[in-house]
Write a protein of this length. Structure first.
Length: 382
């Protein structure tokens, strides 16, 4: 089946957070991480059938989804998980916040890379926990953590290491030796590990394979909480269905105790969409990855030809982390917004010298965005 990722779907006056942000202003929204692509036909058909049923009462245990996840982890990652390890959540962000609250107490802290997806930082702030940031370094066109430098920062009160694999922003797909170094760091400092792996199916670089942190060895599994979701992969973020995979019974109990009565269960339409996406959406995903790869390659070539801009091609995700060092422009995100481009500001991730560019859009939208980018850079350098 052919899938048309060039199809323009007008989201201006829909309920889209992404497209409503700027109202009727002439600003292309290239910020929040959802794409402008229609979701897989299998997902739409499954939702239509469920809606046709017409009754939307409380849902029972989603056995079909659990079976799909168990099979997917086994076939894609050689990870044999058990049904009782799974905790359903209405979103990965809820999982990040639950991890901070379940595995740290007042006076204790967290450790996370920087720059990082803003909810990592906010989860610590909202729980009134400290956070030590491990600086990401650009080496051989890849963003990696400087674990050696982090040793001097630790106080001994840290209890939770928060990882993002693939990395957001930056798009790094961590190799086994890099994950092993992260595991040794966690072991040396007796840290529980929360691993956000929501982008694990969006691997763009040929030959690379996502490796779940928990699969490194038995200790990695027993000290970790892995967060996954089909939301980014299949563009169903508005249907919140995510899972925490927690092999350790004691950690799972603490996690569930913290969530009880506060974080709701996953609604039945979200479960329907997630099940159909992971079970029947692979051909659509393969086609989307080809399209995103072409978008990435073209975008990075255009960006790196502009004075003052630089981007390392992301190995995964549809999010480009662009260094924008423009003369006399203290906030590049604001400057670009004034020139019709709505990027995610780098300051939200920990570095105001960057912007995050969502290239999960039609090629026509991407080409218009690059034309505006060229004009903005020319104006800054005039």
């Amino acid at each position: 089946m052919a899938f048309n990722f060039d199809q323009w779907i007008d989201r201006h006056h829909s309920d889209s957070l992404k497209w409503q942000k700027y109202g009727d202003r002439d600003i292309l929204p290239l910020w929040v991480a959802d794409t402008d692509f229609r979701s897989p036909p299998a997902v739409i058909e499954a939702l239509q059938q469920r809606v046709e049923h017409g009754v939307f009462g409380y849902g029972a245990e989603p056995n079909a989804l659990i079976d799909v996840v168990i099979e997917r982890m086994a076939t894609r990652y050689n990870w044999r998980i058990e049904a009782d390890w799974l905790v359903l959540l209405p979103g990965v962000v809820a999982g990040l916040n639950l991890c901070v609250r379940a595995f740290t107490s007042p006076g204790e802290g967290t450790v996370a890379p920087t720059p990082i997806y803003p909810p990592f930082r906010l989860a610590a702030k909202w729980a009134d926990r400290s956070q030590i940031n491990l600086q990401m370094r650009l080496k051989n066109a890849r963003w990696t953590m400087d674990l050696a430098a982090a040793e001097m920062q630790l106080t001994g009160n840290e209890k939770l290491l928060m990882l993002c694999n693939p990395q957001n922003p930056g798009g790094t797909v961590y190799r086994r030796d890099e994950l092993a170094a992260q595991l040794r760091f966690a072991q040396q400092h007796d840290l529980i590990v929360c691993s956000d792996e929501i982008h694990c199916d969006l691997i763009l670089e040929p030959g690379l394979q996502h490796i779940p942190f928990a699969t490194l060895d038995e200790d990695a599994g027993q000290r970790s909480i892995t967060l996954i979701s089909p939301s980014k992969t299949f563009n169903i973020a508005g249907l919140g269905a995510s899972l925490a995979i927690i092999p350790n019974k004691a950690l799972r109990q603490r996690f569930n105790d913290t969530r009880r009565g506060i974080v709701p269960s996953v609604d039945i339409l979200a479960i329907t969409a997630a099940t159909a996406a992971w079970r029947d959406g692979q051909s659509w995903l393969d086609a989307q990855l080809d399209y995103l790869r072409r978008n990435r390659d073209w975008l990075c070539a255009q960006v790196n030809a502009l004075p003052g801009l630089n981007v390392a091609p992301p190995e995964a995700t549809y999010l480009a982390w662009i260094s924008a060092r423009l003369p006399d422009i203290p906030s590049p995100a604001l400057w670009f917004e004034q020139h019709g481009l709505g990027f995610s500001p780098g300051r939200d991730f920990g570095d105001d010298g960057f912007v995050r560019f969502n290239f999960g859009c039609t090629r026509a939208t991407l080409e218009e965005a690059v034309m505006r980018l060229e004009r903005a850079v020319a104006a800054a350098n005039a």
